[in-house]
Design a protein around this ligand. Structure first.
Ligand code: UD1
Length: 415
């Protein structure tokens, strides 16, 4: 099993570029299925989740080439509307392909995604919406078959502003008959990016970024070229890693508006953050202060940044309370942090963090993507040599992590 070896205790300083957004790229790759032609997508991160999504598209007939950060997807011919079981199991977010296949082929079959590292992650909201659009959904022995004569525009009110459900309904509606209104939708920047991509292909969608999206069905889409937004979670992660070592960072290719909640919390913690057009400067050489955090749908504080902040708060003066409101199982990294000397108590979905002076090095195990990033952060701040195992999780979502941290002066090696 591969692992990272990190000699911590060095103050990180320097300048790096943020990569394209993982969570914007995945639904956009799925969206290319709606066009019987070729889509060119730029600023695509080279990470495992993207490779996995491409594997699924290839299995159902697409031809895909990659040159540097550009993906060229030819979806002229689709040979299957079944999502392979092994790939569905490997990557839960592949459920986003269902909406695209329904839109294109009016049918899709797949295995139930089941539980995952960070929580049960049901898809009831996706399936209920498809049913409202006229899709027959047949569930049998963990297998789900969706089929429709025609997808019909309708009004859908989500019980919760789910990112995946919002995206899946958008994909299913683009080529439908009539107009679909989706209310109480997720407002994440990745939803806006998906709307922009679909409209660039000829779709007629309005409202992404607000709480209602209107999709007027069109007959056909056309080829397009499109560039993915930068990854707000990657940006936030490097800010936390650098702040945990009391360092200084210049981040390029950032959309400042997308990380407003993260910047607000860093400032509350006594970090100095200066923002420019597409750039952020962070100076964290003062003592970190405790603060309280509740994870919320965008524009609230993102659940994907919770573990990286808890790791920093464990080194801050005072007591912090962190409430995880989105996924019930997102504190799996905490026992590993405790091995490194953190003082954290978990009560249900709340973490009570009492700051300590420093971490000690240890061998720890990543259990999910963002929790893995948090353990790397702790190891960077700890004196001595740490080993992080389970790095496959981390490589699902961080492009060139070792290279970027090395630029900042970290002593990190992949073994
Ligand atoms: C996406 C992101 C993930 C992020 C999350 C929340 C991608 C690939 N992943 O995941 O990084 O952490 O948004 O910002 O973009 N729920 C239901 N029923 C459903 C769907 C969701 O109950 O049918 C619940 C989930 O259990 C969870 C909450 O809604 O408690 C939010 O989930 P959702 O927004 O759907 O997250 P994902 O799209 O899976």
């Amino acid at each position: 099993m591969k692992f990272y070896e990190i000699e911590g205790g060095y103050i990180l300083r320097g300048e790096i570029d943020v990569s394209g957004s993982k969570n914007a790229t995945l639904p956009i790759i799925a969206a290319t299925l709606l066009n019987e032609g070729v889509s060119v997508i730029k600023n695509v991160p080279d990470i495992r989740d993207v490779k996995m999504m491409c594997s699924i598209l290839r299995k159902i007939g697409c031809k895909i080439t990659r040159e540097k950060d550009v993906l060229i997807i030819d979806a002229t011919t689709i040979t299957s509307s079944q999502i392979p079981e092994d790939l569905m199991r490997e990557m839960r977010s592949s459920v986003i392909i269902v909406g695209a296949l329904l839109g294109r082929e009016k049918e899709c079959s797949f295995t139930y995604p089941g539980g995952c590292e960070i929580g049960s992650r049901p898809i009831n909201l996706h399936l209920e919406a498809f049913k409202l659009m006229g899709v027959d959904v047949l569930e049998k022995n963990g297998n789900i078959e969706c089929k429709a004569e025609n997808l019909i525009g309708t009004e859908i009110v989500l019980d919760f502003p789910s990112v995946g459900a919002t995206e899946n309904i958008m994909l299913a509606s683009v080529l439908s008959d009539g107009v679909t209104y989706i209310k109480n939708v997720a407002r994440e920047p990745e939803i806006v990016c998906l709307q922009d991509f679909l409209n660039a292909m000829g779709a007629d969608i309005k409202g992404a970024g607000t709480n209602t999206i209107k999709i007027k069905g069109v007959k056909k889409l056309h080829n397009t070229e499109f560039s993915i937004i930068s990854d707000r979670i990657e940006a936030g992660t490097y800010m936390c890693m650098v702040a945990a070592t009391k360092g200084e960072l210049i981040l390029n290719n950032v959309c400042v508006e997308h990380i407003a909640a993260v910047i607000h919390k860093l400032r509350q913690m006594n970090c100095r953050v200066h923002t420019y057009k597409n750039k952020v400067k962070l100076n964290a050489n003062r003592a970190l202060k405790a603060t309280n955090i509740k994870t919320m749908p965008y524009p609230g504080f993102p659940t994907d940044m919770q573990s990286q902040f808890v790791t920093m708060l464990a080194l801050a003066e005072g007591t912090s309370i962190i409430v995880e409101n989105i996924f019930e199982n997102r504190f799996k990294y905490v026992p590993e942090l405790i091995k490194m000397g953190a003082n954290i108590t978990i009560e249900g979905t709340t973490a009570i963090v009492q700051g300590v002076d420093t971490y000690s090095s240890a061998n720890v195990q990543a259990k999910d993507l963002r929790g893995g990033a948090a353990l790397i952060e702790a190891a960077l701040a700890a004196n001595g040599l740490s080993r992080i195992e389970g790095i496959d999780f981390v490589e699902r979502g961080y492009e060139n992590l070792v290279k970027k941290l090395t630029i900042l002066g970290a002593k990190i090696r992949k073994q």
